[in-house]
Design a protein around this ligand. Structure first.
Ligand code: LLP
Length: 427
């Protein structure tokens, strides 16, 4: 049978009716490593990155992977080797990037609540830029830098007050969000920062939200940012780079975000038209680099027919896949054996995990023809799944594999109970 790829996920396909990632059979991997099991395609990650690289061909641009999307070391290593910088939001993320071979000068440090200790460490290793988010943070960073005898490179995160038209929990560029400095306060904040000896102004940044599927919010944000750059430079402060954040969405359920290169062709046309074409650019994509590069394989434990609902109880849960519980997010769920799909016997069921909460669901009203012991793949699980997983209900964190052609590398082993209890003490 000819391989048939899943929509929007060319590296994940059915071959001889069995779901494969690149050249590896997911059923075989589940048999060897157990479930729940995250499996990622290296080629899919590099293809997603290539779309951005194409978009920026011939430009002075730095792609900083927003590692909160998936911070597993081998994933970071793939992006570090491909020349990416990183967008980090904690001292822990800094340690991970360094352990994975990331180049400090290509790291930018975002986040509204950096501690003094985190600032010190980032300054000591020589990161590329602090994306500061408040006037108070500017004072503290200046103080930390002066005490270390260093100058902190900074960019100010602007809140452009643009509606990204996404879920309220992942929209960040509107007034009323905790992020960034209000558009109207930006110039005064730059003027003040320019007087502080511990700081060196290098850029300006924004990030308006996540899972954005339209171009218009980006174009609006860009206009507002460029207006600000003009005003700041007119005040005698030069802005070396402009960072437009991340946020580009992926196809979870027939979503149609613009491809990265198409989006950037439009944005770069605007930059050129406004005379900023030569400016160094930074972006911070997360989800769009890894989201559709991964699946979570889970085993059906029990089928539980009911009067109002049928339940398909699987061994993955909200601790492994928290997005449905947190954002009512949709993840497609498909059987590993294609013959099970779309059969006349398919029944509508809720796919749920073993965790003791009604919020522990992975999919509602899915048409599946499966039995206990069958395996399912939860799709689009490369971003914000493993990185947001927990040990809730004392469940072990899942294992992870990274597929490269016909090789499947174990990049994280499943938690043992010793892993889970490490650091705890009885009275
Ligand atoms: N830069 C900054 C400053 C961010 O806060 C974020 C994401 C990104 C870049 C990357 O955004 P992306 O390209 O991945 O959309 N857990 C949520 C998403 C939270 C996003 C937080 N910030 C989810 O599962 O949908």
């Amino acid at each position: 049978m000819t391989p048939s790829a899943l929509p929007g996920q060319p590296h994940i396909h059915y071959k001889d009716s069995h779901l494969h990632i690149e050249d590896c059979d997911l059923e075989a991997m589940a048999a060897q490593h157990g479930t729940p099991l995250f499996v990622y395609s290296k080629a899919a990650m590099l293809a997603a990155l290539a779309a951005y690289q194409r978009g920026f061909a011939g430009r002075d641009a730095q792609i900083c992977y927003a590692m909160k999307a998936n911070s597993s070391l081998a994933v970071l290593q793939v992006f570090a080797r491909a020349g990416c910088g990183f967008d980090i939001v904690s001292g822990g993320e800094l340690e991970r990037v360094l352990a994975a071979g990331g180049v400090p000068s290509r790291i930018i440090f975002s986040g509204v609540g950096k501690t003094r200790h985190e600032m010190q460490h980032a300054l000591q290793v020589g990161i590329g830029c602090f994306n500061v988010e408040s006037e108070a943070e500017i004072e503290v960073l200046n103080d930390v830098a002066l005490k270390l005898g260093k100058t902190a490179p900074i960019s100010i995160r602007v809140n452009p007050n643009v509606d990204p038209k996404t879920h309220p929990y992942i929209s960040t560029g509107l007034k009323g969000n905790k992020f960034g400095i209000a558009h109207e306060r930006t110039l005064a904040t730059y003027q003040h920062a320019a007087t502080l000896a511990g700081l060196r102004i290098v850029g300006i940044d924004c990030h308006i939200g996540s899972q954005i599927t339209q171009e218009a919010p980006y174009l609006d944000a860009m206009d507002r940012m460029l207006d600000l750059v003009t005003a700041i430079e007119a005040a005698g402060i030069s802005i070396h780079h402009i960072d437009f954040g991340g946020g580009l969405g992926i196809d979870y359920q027939g979503d149609t975000p613009p491809p990265a290169d198409t989006l950037w062709a439009k944005l770069l046309a605007k930059l050129d038209a406004r005379g900023f074409g030569q400016r160094k650019l930074m972006i911070e994509p997360g989800r769009s680099l890894v989201g559709n590069a991964g699946v979570c394989v889970t085993e059906v434990l029990f089928m539980k027919p009911g009067e109002q609902k049928n339940f398909c109880i699987v061994d993955a849960a909200m601790n492994d896949l928290p997005r449905p519980a947190l954002y009512q997010a949709y993840h497609a769920i498909v059987p590993l054996a294609q013959s099970k799909q779309g059969d006349a016997d398919s029944a509508l069921c809720d796919v749920v995990g073993p965790v003791c909460e009604s919020g522990d669901w992975i999919g509602h009203d899915r048409s599946l023809n499966v039995r206990a012991g069958d395996h399912l793949a939860v799709l689009s699980a490369g971003a914000y799944c493993m990185s947001m997983s927990s040990n809730y209900n004392s469940r072990p964190r899942a294992a992870e594999l990274l597929v490269d052609g016909s090789n499947a590398h174990l990049i994280r082993s499943r938690d043992t109970m010793a892993d889970q209890m490490r650091g705890e003490r009885l009275l």
